[in-house]
Design a protein around this ligand. Structure first.
Ligand code: G3H
Ligand code: 13P
Ligand code: ZN
Length: 332
């Protein structure tokens, strides 16, 4: 058993309480590689922001769970080396899909886990979440649960049943599951294609897609039911069009990639939304920088040469999110 406390990590409890009170959101950035980890830490230290470093099941398969855990421990030490006396870094399991996976993470240095039972029937989601909570809380690890299905507005239109989180269920769910935070569905979705062109309008000047707004009415109804309870938004990449354009200019093919407009995330950050998940924007920033570098320097083959601008570009994006979108800067 390795406790996250011995690694210098923190859980989300105090961080979320401050964020909800202060009207800002904590960035939750996914990482799979050393360069992402370095860029996240540099951005968090430079902006004096708490940060959640999250690891998906896919990341564990790609990089190895043990290595990622040591990288998170390294992140704490690196933050100190960069001048942050008391880093506030959470190591979080993103989209845990079983009690066993959550337990394994808790036993191996994670300070927070998500148990994603959102695809299960309501009672089964509660039962699974409660089982994880009961174990996690014995070790002072915080638990994120999910209620509602992340899919996007298409399902709202096409389906008889709403996939948005039902505000009338959240009190019962939070109470009976004992979760510390709740991921909700209000129209965000994963990846770089969050909406189909037919769900959007087009900006006549740029030809770019303009997505439909998030369901703020659902968010506000949930806030009313659970005042001050930490709410989480998954699928919150904005899919920056300059990065998409760079990728497409240098040989990529991402037609009509579209994300969540940053003004809407800025608005959400001021509410009970206190954790915002961003992964795809980091992938885009990395890929855009590498594609550009490769195209401009065809004779180079040392990975450090192209990973350096990739890391710089991700860091720039992380700083932008922290300062201009989530407002978590100057909180340490
Ligand atoms: O929510 C999904 C995250 O973007 C992680 O994606 O499972 O491909 O690592 P992944
Ligand atoms: P994006 O694909 O929008 O970056 O969402 C990431 C996420 O929700 C990770 O859990
Ligand atoms: Zn997610």
């Amino acid at each position: 058993m390795t406790s996250y406390k011995d690694l210098g990590l923190v859980n989300t409890k105090e961080m979320f309480a401050k964020a909800v009170k202060g009207g800002y959101a904590i960035p939750a950035f996914n990482f799979n590689t050393m360069e992402q980890m370095q860029a996240i830490v540099q951005a968090a230290v430079e902006t004096k922001s708490p940060v959640i470093m999250q690891v998906s099941k896919g990341a564990r398969n790609y990089a190895n769970g043990t290595i990622l855990r040591y990288m998170a421990q390294g992140a704490v030490e690196y933050a100190k080396e960069l001048g942050c006396a008391k880093p506030q870094i959470v190591l979080h399991l993103d989209h845990g899909d079983s009690f066993e996976l959550c337990k394994d993470c808790i036993d191996n240095g994670f300070s927070s886990v998500m148990i994603d039972g959102s695809a299960l029937p309501y009672e089964e989601n509660i039962a699974l979440t409660k089982k994880v909570v009961d174990y996690a809380h014995q070790h002072d690890v915080t638990v994120e649960a999910e209620l509602g299905v992340l899919a996007g507005v298409e399902d709202e239109v096409a389906s008889e049943v709403s996939h948005y989180t039902k505000p009338e269920e959240v009190i019962d769910f939070a109470k009976r599951s004992g979760c510390d935070s709740l991921a909700i569905s209000i129209g965000t979705s994963h990846g770089a294609y969050k909406f189909k062109p037919e769900q959007c309008t087009r900006d006549p000047k740029t030809g770019k897609l303009v997505p439909p707004p998030l369901a703020f009415d659902v968010l506000h109804a949930i806030e009313e039911k659970l005042p001050g309870f930490p709410i989480v938004l998954h699928g919150s990449s904005s899919v920056p069009q300059d990065e998409v354009d760079t990728i497409n200019k240098f040989g990529g093919k991402l037609p009509d990639a579209v994300g969540i407009p940053e003004e809407q995330l800025r608005e959400a950050s001021k509410s009970a939304v206190c954790k915002i998940n961003i992964d795809s924007d980091s992938r885009l920033a990395m890929t855009a920088a590498i594609r550009k570098y490769m195209a401009e320097n065809p004779g180079h083959f040392d990975p450090r040469q192209y990973l350096k601008p990739a890391r710089e570009n991700m860091k720039k994006m992380y700083i932008h999110k922290i300062v201009n979108v989530l407002g978590s800067n100057d909180k340490l």
